[in-house]
Design a protein around this ligand. Sequence first.
Ligand code: SF4
Length: 321
Amino acid sequence: MTRRSTTNPVRLRRAILAWYEQGHRSLPWRGSRDPYAVLVSEVMLQQTQASRVAVRYPPFMTRFPDLAALASASEADVLAEWSGLGYNRRALALRDAAVAVQASGWPSDLAGLQRLPGVGPYTARAIGSLAFGWRVGVVDTNVRRWLVRRLGLEPGSGAAGGGALQRLADDLANAGHAAPEDGAAWTHASMELGAVICRARLPACDSCPIAAGCPARGSAGRVPVPRQGSFRGSRRAYRGGVMRALAAAPEYALRIDATPAPTPSVLAPEALDGRLEPRLMQEALEGLERDGLAHLDGSLLRLGPRPARGSSGGPRPTIAR
Ligand code: SF4
């Protein structure tokens, strides 16, 4: 049976902040309080591992260094620069968010941030704390893991549910007499603790700054996270293969072979699990067009949404049959 811990939140917070300040990983998005830079990194990190984002973030920021650059870029250019990060609709939403902020300025509260395209409750809290220093709890997978273990919560129970953990995280973010500028440091520190010390496998309890009184010390179990289905051979793999090929193609366009299914002539074969499943390819292409990520233009598949009717000569063929 799991033991509940009664820990002083002020001491917990102080210990984690002190540990973080002694040294932490250097990641390209850390250290910047520029809301635009935080928005880009947080949208990239939504569904992509930090190690991959660390590679893709610098060139994206070089190409689109500020809100104005991203807001005025074409969808195809943004999608091409996003290539390799996956979940490509995030790129279009990020550009739309840049357009919205460019027009109206940065929102002044969480509700306003959440109204930006592609910004949900978690990302709004991350931007609020990391860019604006708001003292709000940010619960990602890493934070959730150490909270559950350190506070002795039963995984799957109501106490370890999203709402309860969010309240705990908010309490910790506000514990003691935290200065406004502490919002960013606390969010970085609490995420870092779960990423490098209270790891999913083999937590480093002997190096943990909050080991004293931890009911899971030395015997931490797995904290389940929602699992995705296999990527290889999936519709998502087909979409990813097509998007990578489009991003690398001259003028972001690929010739389409009509049989056995409409198929771009050049594809990353590893994405297709060594074979072509016509139904999955058809569904992938239809989905890309529906999501505004690619469109058919005669015998060419082009990156980005179909141009608005009237902007290039009237109706065009669609991928769907
Ligand atoms: S003592 Fe171990 S299980 Fe407890 S919070 Fe630290 S790393 Fe996690």
